[in-house]
Design a protein. Structure first.
Length: 254
């Protein structure tokens, strides 16, 4: 089954694998097609990458001279209508790269042309059937980790536009509910927690999915830790009250 090219949403998050820290670089946008198409997973595995002192990651030199280069080649191989490169995981001196595909034989053939370049790192290819994208779902970041990455990306974009991070910004958060009672209880619990928000607004849009909207405005400097703490609370409560947290936006403050 073929599919047209779609947008990517690359996220870096940190996990633990067999009691070792891991860098996970994953295309979160692939979640829209996970389990629907491309039932085969082809992985490229490297080891013998070495580790820096005090952690399980390769040196910066290895990242630039080996990992980023092979990743570019793998991504190029998967850049077609029947495959999707979904990312990499690096831990304990090892790296794994993954491609979901409808045509694993073609992908293997192309990968085998570049594998000999990485014999020093014991490069090899594995192919398995994973029609439900179980492996992908296992490396997909938890909601709060994904939002933490989004927070950092948005803060950098706003600062790049000239905003002063030390000044307070009006930050608007949006949540969507399937039931009005859930929205009411969500708001009650925020107040019970003495959650500091400047104002809130509610909107109803009957006939749409999750028709009950809650928008919260908070005043805060553009500080990663402060904003992460806020979104963690909002996401935790969203899970409790069956809400969809839709992120935040702000204005430029000189």
């Amino acid at each position: 089954m073929k599919t047209s090219k779609s947008q990517h949403d690359w996220c870096l998050w940190f996990a633990w694998v067999e009691d070792k820290p891991a860098h996970v670089w994953v295309d979160c946008a692939a979640n829209t097609i996970a389990g629907k198409i491309m039932p085969f997973l082809v992985t490229v595995f490297l080891e013998n990458l070495g580790t820096e002192r005090h952690n399980s990651y390769p040196t910066e030199e290895i990242y630039y001279s080996v990992l980023y280069k092979i990743e570019a080649k793998i991504s190029k191989i998967a850049n077609n209508s029947y495959s999707r490169y979904i990312g990499r995981m690096v831990t304990n001196g090892k790296a794994t790269f993954g491609i979901y595909t409808d045509n694993y034989e073609d992908i293997e053939k192309k990968l085998n042309k570049i594998i000999p370049e990485y014999v020093l790192y014991h490069a090899r290819i594995y192919t398995r059937q994973d029609k439900n994208w179980k492996i992908y779902r296992n490396i997909f970041p938890p909601k709060k980790e994904k939002q933490k990455y989004d927070n950092s990306t948005l803060i950098k974009a706003v600062l790049h536009s000239g905003s002063n991070p030390q000044k307070e910004h009006h930050i608007d958060h949006a949540l969507f509910f399937d039931k009005k009672a859930d929205r009411d209880n969500y708001l009650k619990e925020l107040k019970k927690l003495k959650f500091l928000f400047e104002k809130y607004e509610i909107f109803d849009d009957p006939g749409t999915e999750n028709p009950f909207t809650l928008e919260l405005t908070i005043r805060s400097p553009l500080n990663n830790d402060l904003i992460d703490n806020v979104t963690n609370i909002l996401i935790d409560l969203a899970e409790k009250y069956n809400a969809v947290y839709d992120g935040w936006g702000t204005e430029i403050v000189k």
